[in-house]
Design a protein around this ligand. Sequence first.
Ligand code: PMP
Length: 360
Amino acid sequence: MSRVYNFSAGPAALPREVLEQAQAEMLDWQGTGMSVMEMSHRGKAFVSIAEDATTRLRRLLGVPDNYSVLFLQGGAAGQFAGVPLNLMGSNPRGDYVVTGNWGKKAIKEAGKYGDPHKAASAEDTNFTTIPARDSWDVRDDAAFLHYTPNETIQGVEFHDTPDVGDVPLVADMSSNFLSRPVDIEKFGVIYAGAQKNAGPAGITMVIVRNDLMGKPQSGCPMILDYQQQADADSMLNTPSCYAWYICGLTFAWLEKQGGLDAIETINKRKAAKLYDFIDASDFYTNPVDPAVRSRMNVPFLLADDALNADFLTKAEEAGLSTLKGHRSVGGMRASIYNAMPEAGVDALVDFMADFEKTHG
Ligand code: PMP
């Protein structure tokens, strides 16, 4: 069996050790005689799996007691609705900072439930920058300010948490969740689809400050109602059990790596290797303002688009998979989440250097 270096933006590579543990436990989870996929979510075994995952996530992120941690379904896109449905109960004004495709989708969805307002947008630079904080037009009475700390498609990342005073800060952290430490107390709500840094697709983590729950819009579906889900330990209905289990294994793996400080150091080094190589080359370019380049998703263009197909074919042959860029940006994109070993980035850089030599 040979495994490739998988640069997919999501679903994405998982740590090999996690997959091996899941394989070892597939037929008989810890003497229960059944797979985690076959267990009742109300049974003792699965409840212990869910509790363990939740405890590990709280510990990794240092989640304070006045926040709830939920494991929901419907993806991060479900939370494009979940946020307005929960936070616009008495105040329909929600402000959005749009720094890429996902922020655009979030504000559009919020329009179905309230009165969203674009506080800032980087569309005029084709989403290669982040508008300076002092240019944002945040309404004093906004129910929340929503932003996307890492835009997966454009490869644009906030390297500091913006200060919005008393307005609750809401973050779609899908693509840089658990890649670096965060100060949870600066946020009202954080949500993240699992399929980049936390586990398989099908489960979405929501971390919500307790005082923001319990005042949803009257039409809020129960499965998106944060208070109801918190009261039911995210088991108002059947949760995404197997994905939750794999998330728990991934959290344990992260703890073994030394936690978020340690993984941040590695992620910084991996990203710097790739950006330094791109910047030093005349053949590859990355269009993003260097101050806001993503550590997780690195888009890059070749000097000649006509070479794209050949680059992708040869990369696949070299065991470097899923490097095609998003259609709205073109070129290539290397997603280098936590589970991408540093050796994978080294292999990519070596391949790019060789390709440049023969085609540049
Ligand atoms: N937000 C961001 C930043 C994303 O990268 C994605 C998925 N790539 C989404 C939202 C949508 O996530 P989902 O497919 O889980 O709904």
